[in-house]
Design a protein around this ligand. Sequence first.
Ligand SMILES: CC(C)(COP(=O)(O)OP(=O)(O)OC[C@H]1O[C@@H](n2cnc3c(N)ncnc32)[C@H](O)[C@@H]1OP(=O)(O)O)[C@@H](O)C(=O)NCCC(=O)NCCS
Length: 200
Amino acid sequence: MIPDIRGQPITDVRVVDGGWPEFAGRCGELEMFVRQPTPEDNGKIIAGAQRVSAWTRERYEMRNLPTLKEDDPKHIWDWPPFQPGQTGWFFVVMVVNDAVVGFGRHHYQQGDHQAMKWYDCPAGDMVAECSLCVVDDLQGKGLGSLYGQINKLVCKTMGAKWLVGTTYTKGAMMRIRHRDGFDVTWVSDDGTQCRVRGKL
Ligand SMILES: CC(C)(COP(=O)(O)OP(=O)(O)OC[C@H]1O[C@@H](n2cnc3c(N)ncnc32)[C@H](O)[C@@H]1OP(=O)(O)O)[C@@H](O)C(=O)NCCC(=O)NCCS
């Protein structure tokens, strides 16, 4: 049973020792771990993915999906450990009580890279473009807000100076970004989507 943690203070956001950095944060009685998955996680990931609706998946993927190359791994648990300072993609899972409750996507490039042009970040700064989703039956309980704080530490640890993303102008994600003081650098013509940027 996962409690509703909305509005409770987020504490103890940290890097967990051992192996590829694992990150954690606490909110009330709930602790969330965030890490790049390994092949042993495949059962938990499949179970988590079954709790993600097509609606959520579409919002999670939005624009700027990774351009997968022929030899890129086919599963998120097969991607090699991402190293600080590296550019490119990796994926993380949110784990609570040993279950996968959400997914995150990370893309790192320098500010002047074509993929980051919308965000107006300085040319030489590393930029982390992130997207996330929480499984449908747990949305609206505060997990996305907790992940938002842990994720900033992930981005900083990987060398980013900016955290950016494309999102819907209305919805939970913008609530989280507003609270963190992100600014909007681009709005789609129909006003439904925007790109936001926050200094880490
Ligand atoms: C966006 C998402 C990750 C947020 O995670 P979450 O656990 O549901 O969010 P939280 O419960 O932490 O709520 C965050 C804030 O949004 C508000 N909120 C929650 N659901 C909302 C909704 N449907 N519409 C508007 N605001 C909403 C909450 O009240 C909270 O604001 P507050 O703290 O000021 O009260 C999650 O809802 C999700 O996976 N959505 C589908 C995928 C998606 O849209 N991803 C974003 C694209 S990058």
